[in-house]
Design a binder for this molecule. Structure first.
Ligand SMILES: Cc1cc2nc3c(=O)[nH]c(=O)nc-3n(C[C@H](O)[C@H](O)[C@H](O)COP(=O)(O)O)c2cc1C
Length: 384
């Protein structure tokens, strides 16, 4: 991992946001998506621009202490990949503290604590003093990490277990007192999973609960307009984007431009999507080797394809590629096949264009409107 501590992206750019000692050139963040936000993808979004801080997939603290190669692969970085937060999870304070020290020594710019659902036990036994005990324990764990490293320590959480247990504001307050430098909050409860609507008022409650540290809002930001609305309605200092970056690795650059100028840049053209997808595969091969890189790319390429228009011919074949050459053939065949959907100018005919992406909280309050189609890859929701 590249060694660095306090950094600013772009020497002349004014710092848009600080996480403790860490100055960032943008208030837009890449959310951790286990299995996706690896080094190649982070380099892809950074090359396009607009992102202030990227985060690794969650890393088991104990695996890092046990020096497991898989854990070290998760925090592998590159000089292009800065600043980088390492996200840790674990419940043993000593393990989390020692893992934070290792990550810092490997060059992490900050450490993010995965809180999953913050106070699960409380929800089982029901509020009151049990909740305070749990909060104190969590705050003590964070404080141990804050004291052990010089880089900022942040925390990522959901709003709480369910709508009757919106514990994030209390937890955020306790963590601020423990020295945590920022709070990332996904505006849904554990019970919601990835369904329903992101609760902007809930994020606002977290913003109001802390005194000075930045709160970064998260959830369903798939367009620059959604980022703007989240910032405006919650008062959060920044926005963190997960799945939206997979649909649209240009979202950070587009959002930054939109926030600065009020002009909405168009979505990337097909040729640009192809260029970036190929670059992504090259970086996968560089990081994981040709066979493994191509195999892993089988689940990544279909995310790019979601914005190609008709794409089943591509998806059907890309899940078998094992070499870069095979990928090139699949792509060539697909581009030939896709021509039937183009007009004379070489653009997709309007009826084949993918529907616009809409965040849950941007839908009109009209129940007859279809829900947004935000894909949810399988995984352990209790940690996300
Ligand atoms: C496939 C997948 C993997 C995820 N992995 C993590 C993770 O490792 N750590 C974490 O804190 N959250 C994780 N999350 C949650 C996201 O970081 C984010 O909070 C959530 O997806 C909502 O944001 P989005 O709508 O912008 O994707 C994951 C989500 C998905 C869909």
């Amino acid at each position: 991992m590249h060694a660095n501590s306090v950094q600013t992206i772009g020497a002349t750019a004014p710092a848009a946001l600080r996480l403790g000692s860490l100055a960032l050139a943008s208030n837009l963040f890449l959310s951790p998506l286990a299995g996706y936000t690896n080094l190649p993808f982070r380099r892809v979004v950074r090359e396009i621009g607009g992102v202030g801080l990227c985060t690794t997939d969650l890393v088991n603290a104990r695996s890092l202490l046990e020096k497991r190669p898989k854990a070290f692969k998760l925090i592998e970085s590159h000089f292009d990949d800065a600043p980088l937060a390492v996200q840790l999870f674990g419940s043993k304070p000593e393990e989390m503290r020692d893992a934070a020290v290792i990550a810092a020594a490997q060059g992490a710019a900050s450490i993010d604590i995965n809180m999953g659902c913050p106070v699960r036990k409380v929800c089982n036994v029901g509020g009151g003093s049990a909740m305070m005990t749990e909060l104190n324990k969590t705050a003590a764990l964070a404080q141990g990490m804050v004291n052990a490293v010089k880089i900022p320590v942040t925390a990522k959480m959901r709003l709480g277990w369910d709508s009757d247990n919106l514990t994030a504001p209390d937890l955020a307050r306790a963590l601020e007192a423990a020295g945590v430098a920022a709070i990332f909050v996904h505006g849904r409860t554990r019970e919601q999973g990835f369904g329903g609507t992101v609760n902007l008022a809930g994020i606002r409650q977290v913003v109001k609960a802390v005194k000075t540290i930045p709160v970064i809002g998260n959830g369903d930001v798939v367009t620059p307009e959604a980022a703007k609305k989240m910032l405006a309605e919650t008062g959060c200092a920044g926005v963190s984007i997960g799945r939206g970056a997979f649909y649209d690795p240009w979202i950070f650059q587009r959002t930054q431009a939109y926030l600065q100028t009020g002009q909405l840049p168009p979505e990337a053209a097909f040729a640009e999507r192809i260029r970036v997808m190929q670059r992504h595969l090259d970086l996968m091969v560089e990081t994981f080797g040709e066979e493994m890189g191509c195999r892993m790319f089988r689940k990544i390429a279909p995310w790019y394809a979601k914005r190609f228009g008709p794409c089943h011919e591509f998806n059907k074949r890309v899940v078998h590629v094992a070499t870069r050459e095979q990928f090139r053939e699949v792509l060539e065949n697909y581009q030939r096949w896709r021509q039937q959907f183009l007009d004379e100018a070489g653009e997709l005919q309007p009826r084949f264009q993918p529907a616009p992406l809409v965040a849950s909280f941007m839908r009109a309050a009209d129940p007859s409107q279809p829900p947004p189609h935000l894909a949810v890859p399988k995984g352990p929701v209790e940690l996300w």
